[in-house]
Design a protein around this ligand. Sequence first.
Ligand SMILES: C[S@@+](CC[C@H](N)C(=O)[O-])C[C@H]1O[C@@H](n2cnc3c(N)ncnc32)[C@H](O)[C@@H]1O
Length: 258
Amino acid sequence: MKQVYLMSDEADSQMALVFSFYEGVERKGPGSEVSTLKALNLLNVLPSNPGIVEFGCGAGAATIALARNFPCHITAVDIHQPFLDELEHHAVREGVKDRITTLAADMGNPPFPDESFDVVWSEGAIYNIGFEQGLSRWRRLLPSGGYVAVSDAVWLSEKPPQRAKEFWDAEYPAMTSVEENLRKFSATGFEPVGHFILSSTDWEKYYLPLQSHLVKFWESHADNAAVDSLVKSIQREIDIWKEFGTTCGYAFFVGRAV
Ligand SMILES: C[S@@+](CC[C@H](N)C(=O)[O-])C[C@H]1O[C@@H](n2cnc3c(N)ncnc32)[C@H](O)[C@@H]1O
């Protein structure tokens, strides 16, 4: 989902547009059930029926995958209530509503006491507050031995092509390498357990439905300059990934609280 780097009223209306664009889009970032379960498999020491808090859950792409495949309770947190309403609808459809509690809150200031959960989960959302900031703000929610599982955009090349660099420098200036993110784990009270790069299928699962949504959204907001600019920017992201996807991508990281 697009990041917005503006101030005040302009930022509010731009953010409202981004939120309204993503309403009804089931997966709001790169990923797949396969990758969610691959990351879950790296969590090998857990109590029975662990408590998971998921930040930036959106409409529940990962939430539902976890709840369907693993006995646990998930507190699914997002800042945008309509996404949580979508998640609840999907949870009922998938028969896992009793395993999920939704909460509208800011992931940068989670309203939970220390050591409230066994696992912190977040797919494609930590960029909203920054990788290191997210890890350091979430660490207190876990006891020693608890896990964090988080996916984020990363550079996969030391010398990315100029056009990819220009695009991502504007979209996500703090984006860095896998190695740098692993260092941030150690700096925030976690030891890295494992990581992997998301496959091209994971991008297609996000971008293919998004591409048709993009066209419909654009057509239903004819002559709206803000919509035109948002749609073009999302299309650019898709094009950059298609052209330069081997030099920038998404990585899933799992760490253990020390
Ligand atoms: C790229 S989407 C990913 C959603 C979901 N994890 C998925 O993979 O489909 C990022 C999500 O983070 C949420 N978000 C953004 N800023 C947030 C904040 N400060 N606190 C909680 N959620 C936030 C957005 O509303 C959005 O649902």
